[in-house]
Write a protein that binds this ligand. Structure first.
Ligand code: TRP
Ligand code: SF4
Length: 330
């Protein structure tokens, strides 16, 4: 009996260092689920990390190791998924160059993330690389002929552009590239300790590398329903960021106990946070233990990425050869 070919899935992250709870619930958990059934490629987008700044030498490598330790801690398995580094597969860069020949500049100028970056970072003269960011992303995806790309909703314009590039290339040179679909990740609301969205730049994160003695005081001082100033004031769980975390981690019965206790002032916020910690700490502790065994052996992480990059390269090479033959170069 022959099996139908498995769906090819690909996604990547820029190497920003340690990952937090928002990254876990917004992306990583989903990657781990996808690897059960699909042919998954996950990579460190290190070229993309150079589009807006130039980290001090050594930082990209350190950030890569920290991030991939978190990937492995959360359960990505190099036996099932191909884990690799973008710059170790130079075919991405070559396909990016080839795509740049068929892409109107206007298509790139109208990508919303480009304008946002330029405004947000107040870039006076944005680089050619930043303009080409989504084109490099298109090369990342199409070089593996990926069918599904798990991303957050902010990345959808990039997948849309990828589809346009595939169509245009195929129209000009013959059918080489399938059009990928975005796989939108259902992202729960993950508040940081100050109640805003959890984000590195707000300094409000719970990191996967944090031990319980760091997490516990951060939760205990976490912002709550601002209307609940004193123990005897009733609160509203629906406006409380602590309760957003209960919705993710706490089973139904304990969560109902906290909600009722909050509304009736039957329990205090510290009691409520104690219940949260009971459910939050154990799963995080499992991830942290596993990630730290890898973080202590960076050579092992490097070896996983080298081997993954070697495997990825075979696939990438074949597609690039096909694309160049279609164009008639080389
Ligand atoms: N742009 C993505 C992000 O910032 C990272 C990325 C680069 C990516 N290349 C990709 C994601 C290819 C999916 C597929 O999150
Ligand atoms: Fe938030 Fe819990 Fe305090 Fe209510 S009791 S305000 S849900 S921390």
């Amino acid at each position: 009996m022959s099996h139908p070919p498995r769906l090819r899935v690909l996604s990547g992250m820029r190497p920003t260092g340690r990952l937090h709870l928002g990254n876990l619930l917004g992306a990583l958990d989903n990657w781990v689920r996808l690897q059960e059934e699909h042919d998954c490629f996950f990579f460190v987008a290190d070229w993309h990390a150079l589009t807006t700044e130039y980290p001090p030498r050594g930082e990209l490598q350190a950030n890569t190791r920290e991030m991939v330790a978190d990937w492995l801690g959360a359960g990505l398995d190099p036996e099932r998924s191909t884990l690799f580094v973008q710059s170790l597969v130079p075919e991405h860069a070559e396909l990016h160059l080839l795509f740049s020949m068929v892409t109107p500049v206007a298509w790139l100028e109208r990508v919303p993330t480009y304008k946002e970056m330029v405004e947000q970072l107040k870039l006076e003269s944005p680089s050619y690389g930043l303009l080409g960011y989504p084109l490099l992303q298109a090369a990342d995806i199409l070089i593996y002929k990926a069918q599904a790309v798990p991303v957050g909703v902010d990345q959808v314009p990039h997948i849309e552009l990828t589809r346009e590039i595939a169509r245009r290339f195929n129209h000009l040179f013959g059918p080489v590239f399938p059009e990928p679909e975005p796989r939108l990740t259902e992202i729960p609301k993950v508040p940081g300790t100050d109640g805003r969205k959890m984000s590195k730049s707000y300094d409000n994160c719970i990191y996967l590398a944090d031990p319980p003695e760091v997490i516990t005081p951060r939760i205990k001082t976490m912002m709550t329903d601002p209307a609940r100033k004193r123990r005897q004031d009733p609160g509203n769980p629906e406006v409380c960021p602590v309760f957003d975390l209960h919705k993710i981690f706490t089973p139904e019965d304990d969560r109902a106990y906290c909600a009722t206790g909050c509304r009736t002032a039957g329990i205090g916020c510290l009691d409520c946070k104690g219940v949260l910690l009971e459910h939050l700490l154990p799963p995080l502790e499992k991830i942290r233990e596993r990630r730290s065994t890898f973080a202590q052996r960076p050579g092992e992480i490097d070896e996983i990425l080298r081997e993954g990059s070697r495997k990825a390269r075979q696939v990438a090479r074949a597609t690039l050869d096909e694309a160049k033959a279609a164009v008639g170069i080389g």
